[in-house]
Design a protein around this ligand. Structure first.
Ligand SMILES: NC(=O)c1ccc[n+]([C@@H]2O[C@H](COP(=O)([O-])OP(=O)(O)OC[C@H]3O[C@@H](n4cnc5c(N)ncnc54)[C@H](O)[C@@H]3O)[C@@H](O)[C@H]2O)c1
Length: 263
């Protein structure tokens, strides 16, 4: 079975007038889809960040052209480097006169059996995926607390934070860490009116992912979904927008699966 994707859902002004910072926003997947959705949902300004300069410049231009939003900015940065994280948060704060919404999208995966895994590969995946999310969250929480006007953080986890898959021990451990970080940070951030939640997508196919995994594996993962297909990136971005908006005002520390997996 392969049920076709639904029609694209248009914006409803869910985050009207808000400023948004998104990491890993220049790829072909969820990050750029979240940026597009943020513009469609009424954001007044958006900072896109990514480690890849060429893609970032192109992504900023594309979003400006497609959305018509004038206030779209780009800032290069690696979430695994603390100085980059501070510079990125400072840039977004200054450029947009405060960040209302942070979307921590950056995450890195490889495929390797655990018995063949070297420390370097394990550490690289943990450092970008878990430590990068922690660094961004910590820095943003400090700034939002000092500003005293609340805010929202949406993290990108994965169903692999709950589930097992061969060759994914490092990535799954990192995503389970992102889930735990989300819950604990949310408890602390509630004291200064900052909500922190995460989405846990199952599978979103895009050209960069297709390059890094075999067709057989991707087909197998799609066949495990009740819908028999991967999610569209915008279907995950929609849930991020819900979590970023006041519609989820009584939710914090929650992990929301974006998945139709059966088991
Ligand atoms: N695609 C999926 O099937 C899927 C499923 C579950 C979870 N996720 C998670 O969703 C997030 C987005 O993944 P995606 O596959 O949709 O791709 P994406 O297009 O949203 O992100 C890829 C971008 O991340 C950037 N990037 C990589 N390392 C970075 C770093 N250290 N600092 C800043 N930017 C960096 C890359 O340059 C690239 O442009 C990740 O956290 C991923 O783990 C993806």
């Amino acid at each position: 079975m392969n049920l076709k994707s639904p029609d694209y859902v248009p914006g409803h002004g869910l985050i009207k007038g808000k400023s948004v910072l998104i990491t890993a926003a220049a790829g072909a997947g969820i990050g750029f889809a979240a940026a597009t959705k943020a513009a469609e949902e009424g954001a007044r300004a958006i900072v896109l960040s990514d480690i890849h300069e060429g893609r970032l410049v192109a992504a900023v231009e594309k979003l400006k052209t497609e959305s018509g939003l004038a206030e779209v900015y780009g800032k290069i940065g690696n979430v695994a480097v603390e100085e980059d994280v501070r510079a990125l948060v400072d840039f977004a704060e200054d450029t947009m006169a405060g960040v209302d919404i942070l979307i921590n999208n950056a995450g890195l995966g490889t495929s390797k059996l655990l018995i063949e895994m070297e420390d370097d590969e394990w550490n690289r995946v943990i450092d970008v995926t878990l430590n990068g999310t922690m660094r961004m969250t910590r820095c943003m929480m400090k700034v939002m607390k000092a500003r005293g006007q609340g805010g929202v953080i949406v993290n990108n986890a994965s169903v692999l934070g709950w589930r097992a898959q061969k060759e994914q021990a490092h990535y799954a451990a990192a995503k389970a860490g992102v889930m735990a970080l989300t819950r604990c940070a949310a408890l602390e951030a509630a004291e200064f009116n900052v909500r922190i939640n995460a989405v846990a997508p199952s599978i979103v196919l895009h050209p960069m992912l297709r390059k890094s995994a075999s067709e057989e594996l991707l087909a197998e993962l799609e066949s495990k979904e009740a819908y028999g297909r991967a999610a569209e990136a915008w279907e995950v971005a929609n849930v991020m927008m819900f979590l970023a908006s006041d519609y989820s005002s009584y939710m914090t520390g929650e992990i929301v699966p974006v998945s139709s997996q059966k088991g």
